[in-house]
Write a protein that binds this ligand. Structure first.
Ligand SMILES: [Zn+2]
Length: 97
């Protein structure tokens, strides 16, 4: 089981061709704790999988060649982020973990 998990993780990291040092906290503060998808306030005390919990959304999805750097990151609700695409859900979770 543990081996399987490690393999999954490695693959996710490999897919992020470019990974800058992004602090989720800084992205949320820069965006004023507002979801860029629905424009409403993010509950900073909520934790995933709470629908209003803060997550990082990639403007250009990593799967489409987007980069994990502050310019490509926006604050978004966990729920909005999940609805946005069927791809990437796992990635987003990895980033806020
Ligand atoms: Zn939202």
């Amino acid at each position: 089981m543990a081996k399987r998990e490690a393999k999954h993780r490695r693959r996710a990291i490999k897919r992020n061709a470019f990974v800058a040092n992004v602090s989720p906290q800084k992205v949320f503060e820069r965006d004023g704790w507002k979801c860029h998808l629905c424009g409403k306030a993010i509950n900073r005390k909520a934790v995933v999988p709470h629908p209003k919990a803060p997550t990082i959304d990639h403007v250009i999805p990593l799967a489409s060649g987007g980069t994990h750097e502050p310019l490509n990151c926006r604050a978004a609700h966990f729920l909005c982020n999940s609805i946005k695409g069927d791809r990437g859900g796992g990635e987003q979770l990895l980033l806020v973990a």
